[in-house]
Design a protein around this ligand. Structure first.
Ligand code: NAP
Ligand code: HSE
Length: 428
């Protein structure tokens, strides 16, 4: 058997402890599968005295993750601290400079610094791997870089933040509003320390930016993502969308169009009967579409100790086997600058509004939509006790610009009793 593969693990929180547990529990299986013993030389976290529920005394302790990353007895630096900059980035750079392979679960760091880190790793002939960074336990990076390597990828799409999907599906099940379920999710520990990373769509957008780079051979372009979170989704919209046959999801979509790379992370309606529509709770789903394979749907746990550690260990196994791959599937210095699409591809839209209940109100709205070139596909007006009539409209395909023109013109009609909501309907 070859020499052991020696790890240095920085970060002993949810994921780090999960990795230690797998290595301790599955030692024989791992060495049978990789032909090498996988060992831990040293670990690091902020607090040495914290009881983490796993024995750590047989590993050397480093207070400083940079010192850990550069130890002589470490072959692979495993970064599980988090944070786009700070100690995670400093220790990753130090590890690469010291000739160590790096494994990380840190989507924020890769979304913002992936290109520079990839160039550094590849120039040094080192691996930088990150299966756990996107959709937790789902092997989506492997699927794109390896399984679908022969395809021209046409679209990458998915629900990649479990906390948001939990909130949206709990709102639907309970009939409670966003604020109540947000508080519930927070109480259950489902949200990041900064919940805005989840509900603002930022965490999911980090993941989409990484997948987009692999799929389209472009440099990671997080700033190019059109980003909107789920904070403005009301229980009224969830109920109304369901009534029209849809579910609301925080959906990431990346596609190369004739007008450039379109990347968006925003609440969208998807058919209730579709795989994405049926996704419940904290589960993730990624849909990959390629010219030869057509469509592949991956579904699984997007977070949590076991699933995320499982993905980290897949990278450990690859390095132990001597398997090397460019960081984003092709050499980083050949990745093109992403040309951003200036507008989204047309799509049907869902519009919800309250109208003043007087003759001609609906006609005025229909006329404004017609003037903006937006055609109505379906419409529903609900019975109501007060003076505002709730109205739902599903449009035929329209550009976002024409929807915005119509929404602006509606403000001047004098028939709106509440501000209209417009959400894109994603065709699957
Ligand atoms: P976590 O539970 O908050 O753990 C973070 C760990 O990093 C803690 O052990 C902490 O030490 C340590 N740490 C923080 N700053 C440090 C520093 N300056 N020096 C040394 N150690 C430091 O985080 P996590 O949930 O395991 O997530 C880790 C990474 O995995 C993040 O990049 C996250 O985005 C990613 N990820 C997480 C999940 C998930 O389900 N949790 C899923 C996918 C990806 P103390 O324990 O002493 O405070
Ligand atoms: N906050 C993230 C989620 C954790 O809810 O999906 C996994 O990245």
């Amino acid at each position: 058997m070859s020499q052991p593969l020696r790890l240095g693990i920085a970060g002993l929180g949810t994921v780090g402890v999960g990795v230690v547990r797998i290595i301790r529990k599955n030692a024989a299986l791992l060495s049978a599968r990789t032909g090498r013993e996988i060992t831990i030389s040293a670990v690091s976290a902020r607090s040495k005295s914290k009881d983490r529920g796993v024995p750590l005394t047989s590993y050397a302790w480093e207070d400083d993750p940079v010192a850990l990353a550069t130890r002589d007895d470490v072959d692979v630096f495993v970064e599980l601290m988090g944070g786009s900059d700070g100690p995670a980035k400093a220790a990753t750079e130090a590890a690469l400079a010291a000739g160590k392979h790096v494994i990380t679960a840190n989507k924020a760091m890769l979304a913002l610094h992936g290109q520079a880190l990839a160039e550094t790793a590849e120039a040094a002939g080192l691996s930088l791997r990150y299966e756990a960074a996107v959709a937790g336990g789902i092997p989506v990076v492997k699927a794109l870089t390896e399984g679908l390597a022969a395809n021209e990828i046409t679209r990458v799409m998915g629900v990649m933040n479990g906390s948001c999907n939990y909130i949206l599906t709990r709102m639907e099940d309970s009939g409670l509003n966003y604020q109540d379920i947000f508080a519930e999710a927070d109480g259950l520990g489902y949200l990041e320390a900064d919940p805005q990373l989840d509900v603002g769509g930022i965490d999911a957008a980090h993941k989409l930016a990484i997948l987009s780079s692999i799929a389209f051979g472009t440099r990671v372009d997080f700033d190019g993502i059109e980003l909107e979170g789920i904070e403005r989704i009301s229980i009224e919209d969830i109920t109304a969308a369901a009534d029209m046959g849809y579910k609301i999801k925080l959906l990431g979509v990346a596609q190369m169009t004739g007008r450039g790379l379109e990347q968006r992370m925003q609440p969208c309606l998807v058919p209730a009967t579709s795989p994405l529509g049926q996704l419940q709770g904290g589960t993730n789903m990624v849909v990959l579409e390629g010219t030869s394979v057509e469509q592949v749907v991956l579904r699984g746990p997007g977070a949590g100790e076991g699933p995320t550690a499982s993905a980290v260990m897949a990278d450990v196994c690859d390095i132990a086997r001597g398997f090397a791959l460019p960081v984003f599937g092709q050499p980083a210095n050949t990745l093109a600058e992403a040309k951003r699409a200036t507008s989204q591809l047309p799509a049907p839209y869902y519009l919800r509004m309250g109208l003043v209940d007087k003759p001609g109100a609906l006609a005025k709205i229909a006329s404004v939509l017609g003037d903006a070139g937006v055609s109505i596909d379906r419409m529903r007006q609900y019975g109501h006790a007060d003076t505002a009539a709730p109205v739902l409209i599903v449009t035929h395909k329209a550009t976002r610009a024409s929807i915005d023109t119509a929404l602006e013109a509606m403000e001047g009609t004098g028939v709106l009793a509440s501000r209209p909501v417009a959400l894109r309907i994603e065709e699957l």
